[in-house]
Design a protein around this ligand. Structure first.
Ligand code: LLP
Length: 430
């Protein structure tokens, strides 16, 4: 990498926005747009910051791969020493393809099927994070049928107030959400787990949401979980050896937003669980990858309508859903320096929806068709939430490491779009 330690992996070199030591203009010229570009160095740097902050605690970092499950990124993260948190058979499959072993994997998710659970036990995951008492029963029967003992961590909903700095859709730790077992039922669920054949209760788990800006919110939730751990032990259940306190470390999408206070988080963890005699797990997704990625897109057209100015680009809500779905802010800037004055525009995509925008009322250099733009902080919940809506092919993904770059997801082709379809049904029945 160039001068200094780069936080995001992106910087201006002779005016041009570059990723580590690679020109984004040259990547776009070779691969086309829209394309996601990620910095391996920035991912390693984020991992190093987190692991340094937690260094004196018995913590293991399990990357929540729902944030970005590209195999090459997973390999970078595995090489850092992390495990993964998976939420589907598909993520489990990807984790294994990226070289993670069963013990490196915790399996979360509110609606696991019997097949998911069978796969998890066959892989030998470190634990299944069970989210309901009914799931516990199903897992017990799956384990009995397989003649094994399923390691279970109970996902507890600590019932904190909505503490996310982001949209209500990314809050998970308050009462009345679908996630976890309400903490008031935690002891009963633990007793049930301890009494069921085929189940070993090895942990308690929670995740209170994403973009948690207030360390006090982590503290509140952790103290509730600690009280439950104590109650479980007092009830004579002595098998709990791991506490998973979830993810949710915030990323500053706006320049003036605070970044994650990892030292304060570590202090809370130490205060709450330092004397509990347990292993600790954190499950960050966004923190490790968000800032390490941009979405490259090209300006197609400009037009005015009413009192609005539109910048129409070749990436849409199918490529990056966050602005449309959560009203999320992503900075957008020309890759090459521009002398054009700022103009307040809506940056919109080609999809046939009024909600198809990347930015609204944003002052951006008034650049024209053919200009390459970078949508910043798009490494988390970007490509993984992309779709083929409007029969648009999903974008390419590129990984940069120092002065090298390589395609890590080939752009979909038009043929890919119809590959699994049949113009003549495979008729069944008589
Ligand atoms: N663990 C569990 C159980 C989760 O459900 C999540 C995220 C994480 C960990 C990782 O959270 P993070 O560290 O990334 O905040 N699509 C939304 C975010 C949804 C998060 C869902 N769960 C977005 O684009 O903002």
């Amino acid at each position: 990498m160039g001068e200094g330690v780069l936080t995001t992996g992106f910087r201006r070199r002779d005016g041009e926005l570059v990723c580590e030591d690679v020109s984004l203009t040259s990547i776009a010229a070779a691969v086309g747009t829209p394309t996601y570009v990620y910095s391996a160095g920035a991912i390693r740097a984020a991992y190093a910051r987190l692991s340094a902050a937690l260094a004196d605690l018995p913590v293991h970092i399990h990357y929540a791969m729902k944030a970005n499950s590209n195999l090459a990124l997973l390999s970078v993260i595995r090489e850092c020493g992390a495990g993964v948190d998976v939420v589907s058979a598909g993520e489990l499959h990807r984790a294994r393809a990226a070289g993670f072993g069963g013990r490196d994997i915790v399996f979360a998710g509110v609606g696991k099927t019997r097949l998911d659970l069978e796969y998890a036990l066959d892989v030998g995951v470190q634990c299944v994070n069970v989210e309901s008492e009914e799931e516990l029963e199903v897992l017990s029967s799956v384990a009995i049928a397989r003649g094994c003992l399923a390691p279970v961590s109970l996902r507890i909903n600590p019932g904190v107030v909505n503490v996310t700095a982001g949209h209500a859709y990314i809050a998970t730790g308050e009462e009345g959400t679908k996630f976890g077992i309400p903490i008031a039922r935690g002891l009963a669920a633990a007793q049930r787990a301890a009494s069921l054949p085929g189940i070993e209760l090895v942990g308690l788990d929670m995740h209170i949401g994403s973009q948690i800006a207030e360390v006090a919110a982590f503290a509140d939730a952790q103290q509730r979980l600690r009280a439950l751990l104590d109650a479980v032990r007092i009830a004579g259940i002595t098998t709990v050896r791991a506490i998973d306190v979830g993810g949710g470390f915030p990323v500053a999408y706006h320049d003036d937003e605070p970044t994650a206070d990892l030292d304060a988080f570590a202090e809370v963890l130490r205060d709450t669980f330092g004397d509990a005699g347990v292993e600790l797990i954190v499950e960050p997704g966004r923190y490790l990858v968000a800032e390490a990625g941009v979405l490259l897109t090209e300006v197609l057209y400009r037009k005015d309508s009413g009192n609005k100015h539109f910048m129409i680009v070749d990436a849409g809500m199918n490529d990056l859903l966050r602005p449309s779905h959560y009203e999320a802010h992503h900075a957008i800037e020309p890759v090459l320096p521009s002398a054009s004055p700022l103009r307040t525009v809506d940056v919109v995509g080609p999809v046939c929806e009024s909600g198809d925008f990347l930015a609204l009322d944003r002052p951006i250099a008034d650049v024209g068709a053919g200009t390459l733009m970078a949508v910043r902080d798009a490494g988390a919940y970007g490509y993984v939430m992309s779709s083929n809506y409007n029969s648009r092919t999903r974008p390419a993904e590129v990984l940069v490491d120092g002065d090298r770059w390589g395609i890590v997801t080939v752009r979909e082709t038009l043929d890919d779009l119809v590959r699994n379809e049949r113009s003549i049904p495979e008729w069944r029945g008589t």
